[in-house]
Write a protein that binds this ligand. Structure first.
Ligand code: CMC
Length: 382
């Protein structure tokens, strides 16, 4: 057994997966072989969920049946909505509120006693969780605004219904389409930290609720899910200071700080998801006539490209453009990471199921650096 230490498991292959692949050298992301660009522009999130969970793109009839099943699971119990309102009143952070509420969801799970090996029951549980997370998040945000929750609308898509429950107004086609695309491109991304967390939990054959809650916990950290919020804060800061965005970048570089939304452990070129979101940001800016965020982000990217940073492999990642897109959709800053979780829950569930098909308990070792042969001294003699 090798004692070679791989800090952060960097480069360690721990599983086989047919779900998604990131080619960081050319900037390509595929879900089950399909290019993210095709899925983002031509498929809806429900179709992508079906693809991840069932292995193939659905036919029209399969998609309709799958969508109906998801729609039927959108409502959450009133007691749970009250808890969500209590969390909002207590000023709980949105990711923590989502973690608590998702945990409480399992109390209302009709198949709670089903064995993790019961694949059909596990899939139904996954469907319930995925369908209900948007309802929880929208209710939480509304409670923070002092508003009652809005019941889900069965005639709307997963993306459209979330925006409707959030604002109380049916979204226009462009907003719905944009948000649907954002859900699709965040749904899966290889063995990132939150997905791996879910897999570790799943490898004990714990139930899928625990896997998703673990994923939410891992995603809540600033090194994983929080960077799009950081980018948006920068854009607000530039706006408030009335600084030129390039001046801001120069100051940040001189102070040795990192530019949020740039760089990636796997991508060494521009993230394909950043390209898709940048195009959406352009559409939204042009249609609204408000090009501020587009102008700032473009100026920053152009400057860093001219400076050679992008050529060095520190290129825009998905978070560089997602914040400004969400801002155009009227989504509050601290809901960006919960929205990431709402989408990525589909990927977590897919990975847990895939891993459990040929399960092996995940149990690595640490290289022990503690004392040996320590002499025990009874407590009263210490
Ligand atoms: N701005 C300036 N310099 C950077 C940046 C940046 N954003 N990112 C990396 N570098 C530099 C870093 O200073 C280091 O330089 P040197 O070798 O001179 O010390 C070099 O690039 C390598 O950095 P690293 O930390 O070893 O690279 P990593 O692969 O571990 O880092 C990262 C990846 C995402 C943690 C990092 O690029 C970063 O902190 N980016 C900003 C935060 C961010 O945007 N995070 C979102 C990631 S994408 C989300 C997702 O896909 O889920």
């Amino acid at each position: 057994m090798s004692d070679e230490l791989k800090r952060g498991l960097e480069g360690v292959v721990v599983a086989e997966s047919g779900l998604s692949h990131v080619d960081g050298q050319v900037g390509k992301l595929v879900y089950r072989g399909y290019d993210i660009e095709d899925l983002a522009l031509k498929a809806e999130y429900e179709e992508v969920l079906y693809l991840l969970w069932h292995g193939e793109l659905p036919t029209r009839a399969e998609l309709d049946a799958f969508t109906d099943e998801l729609v039927a699971e959108r409502e959450v119990d009133d007691d749970l909505l009250e808890t969500v309102a209590t969390l909002a009143e207590a000023d709980e952070r949105p990711m923590a509120a989502l973690r608590t509420a998702t945990s409480m969801l399992s109390a209302y799970e009709p198949e709670a006693d089903a064995d993790a090996e019961d694949r059909d029951a596990a899939l139904r549980k996954g469907r319930r969780i995925t369908a209900k997370i948007p309802t929880i998040l929208a209710a939480f945000e509304r409670a923070r605004q002092g508003e009652d929750p809005v019941d889900p609308d069965p005639s709307l898509s997963h993306a459209g219904n979330f925006l409707y429950m959030l604002t109380g107004t049916e979204p226009d086609a462009v907003s719905e389409e944009t948000f649907d695309m954002a859900l699709t491109i965040h749904a899966d991304h290889g063995l990132n930290a939150s997905t791996f967390t879910g897999m570790v939990i799943g490898s004990t054959m714990a139930d899928i609720y625990s896997g998703v809650i673990g994923g939410i916990g891992a995603l809540s950290g600033p090194l994983h899910g929080g960077a799009n919020q950081d980018v948006m804060e920068v854009l607000y800061e530039i706006d408030e200071s009335e600084k030129d965005p390039v001046e801001w970048v120069i100051d940040v570089r001189e102070s040795g700080r990192r530019i949020p939304g740039f760089g990636h452990r796997v991508y060494k070129v521009k993230d394909p998801r950043a390209k898709l979101l940048q195009a959406k940001l352009r559409d939204l800016s042009e249609s609204s006539g408000d090009t501020k965020w587009l102008d700032y982000t473009t100026a920053i990217e152009e400057y860093l490209t001219e400076e050679g940073l992008v050529e060095k492999g520190i290129a825009p990642n998905v978070d560089f453009y997602s914040g400004s897109v969400y801002d155009h959709l009227g989504i509050p800053l601290d809901m960006f990471t919960p929205i990431f979780a709402m989408s990525r829950a589909g990927g977590w569930i897919a990975h847990v199921f895939e891993y459990q098909e040929d399960n092996r308990l995940i149990r690595p070792r640490a290289r022990y650096t503690g004392a040996t042969d320590a002499e025990f001294v009874p407590i009263d003699e210490r």
